[in-house]
Design a protein. Structure first.
Length: 312
C-alpha cells in the first residue's frame, strides 16, 4: 500500500514529496526538472514498431521500411454538422442529464459493477493487442490489463510527475509497458495544480481549487498519436480516465479521421467538475459523433462506457 508524507520542501525551485511504494523508498518530484521545463512533452515519444495490415501485425523488419516512407498525419473531417435527428437526440440528452447521471452513477458504483471497465474486454487477443491508457493514476487498472490481456504494447500516460514516477517503479519489470509524463488535450499547455485525493489520484486542472505547486503538461492528442505511429496500426483499446481531459481528447480525435484507428474507445466522464466548460452539452455531442463511427458495447451514462468501431 502506498503511503505519502504530506511534506513539501523547496530546493532549486523544485518541490518534492517523499513517498514509500511497497518496500522501496523513492524521492518524487512534483514539478519539471530545469532541463525539461521548455519541452512540450512530445520530444520523447517513440513510435511503436508496428504496422497493422489485414488484421495482423507485420513483423518489425518490414515496419522499418514502411515507417521510413510514411508518418501518418490525420485529416480534418468536414462531416461533423448535426442532422435534425441528431439535434433532437442531443436536445433530449441535455434535458435528461440529471436523471441519467444519477442512474449512471448508482448503477456503475453499485457493488462490483464498476469493474466492468476492466473485465469487459475479453475480445483482446493476448500477445497481439495494443492498449493505451490515458490517466495511468496509481496503476490499479493497468495492473489488471497487463496481467489479464497481456498486450503486445501497453502505453500509459500520466501527466502528474508524482504519479508518473510511481508507475515507472511499479511496472519497471514489464517490457511491454511504456509510460509517458504527459496528458492529452486540444493543444500544448502547462498547468500548475494542487494535489487532490488520497495520493494525488484525483488531481485535475478542472477542479477549480486554485493554482498549486505541481506541474502538469498536456499535448495535442493527434500530435501524440501520430508520434506514436497510430495510423500505421490500429489501437485495440484506448481507455480514458483523466479527470476531465476526456472532453478535449475525444473532441480532438473525433474531428479527424484518426478516430477510425481506435477499435474500442472506453472512457469515464466527470461532468460535475467546476472548471469544465459546458460538459453536459459536450458529452451529448460526443455521443452523436461517436455513434457515426462506433457502436456502444456498454454504457452507464455520464459515468463510464465503451464504444466499438463498426464493421470489425
Amino acid at each position: 500500500m502506498l503511503q505519502l508524507n504530506d511534506i513539501l520542501e523547496k530546493n532549486n525551485a523544485v518541490h518534492y514529496t517523499e513517498a514509500t511504494y511497497f518496500d522501496s523508498h523513492i524521492r518524487l518530484d512534483c514539478t519539471d526538472y530545469p532541463d525539461t521545463q521548455n519541452k512540450t512533452g512530445l520530444e520523447d515519444i517513440k513510435p511503436l514498431p508496428l504496422v497493422y495490415h489485414n488484421n495482423y501485425f507485420i513483423d518489425e523488419s518490414s515496419v522499418r521500411k514502411v515507417q521510413a516512407k510514411k508518418i501518418y498525419k490525420p485529416s480534418t473531417r468536414n462531416d461533423l454538422d448535426f442532422t435534425p435527428a441528431e439535434k433532437s437526440r442531443l436536445h433530449s440528452c441535455i434535458k435528461n442529464f440529471e436523471g441519467d447521471w444519477k442512474k449512471g452513477q448508482s448503477g456503475f458504483w453499485d457493488g462490483d459493477e464498476q469493474y466492468i471497465r476492466r473485465t469487459h474486454h475479453k475480445y483482446l487477443i493476448p500477445g497481439d493487442n495494443v492498449m493505451i491508457e490515458v490517466g495511468g493514476n496509481v496503476g490499479q487498472d493497468a495492473q489488471y490489463y497487463l496481467d489479464t490481456y497481456k498486450p503486445k504494447h501497453y502505453i500509459m500516460l500520466e501527466p502528474l510527475k508524482l504519479l508518473y514516477r510511481k508507475l515507472q517503479q511499479r511496472f519497471k519489470n514489464y517490457t511491454n509497458a511504456v509510460t509517458y509524463n504527459v496528458g492529452l488535450g486540444k493543444r500544448n499547455e502547462k498547468f500548475m495544480i494542487k494535489m487532490e485525493g488520497n495520493v494525488g489520484d484525483a488531481s485535475s486542472p478542472f477542479f477549480g481549487s486554485g493554482e498549486g505547486t505541481c506541474s502538469l503538461k498536456v499535448v495535442n492528442a493527434n500530435d501524440f498519436f501520430s508520434a506514436l505511429g497510430v495510423g500505421n496500426f490500429k489501437v485495440d483499446l484506448i481507455t480514458i480516465n483523466c479527470e476531465g481531459c476526456e472532453y478535449d481528447l475525444l473532441e480532438t480525435i473525433l474531428s479527424t479521421d484518426l478516430v477510425y484507428h481506435f477499435k474500442h474507445i472506453q472512457f469515464g466522464t466527470h461532468p460535475t467538475l467546476k472548471n469544465l466548460a459546458d460538459p453536459v452539452r459536450r458529452y451529448c455531442q460526443i455521443q452523436e459523433w461517436l455513434s457515426r463511427t462506433h457502436q456502444l458495447t456498454y454504457q452507464y451514462k455520464f459515468t463510464w462506457e465503451t464504444w466499438k468501431l463498426k464493421n470489425i
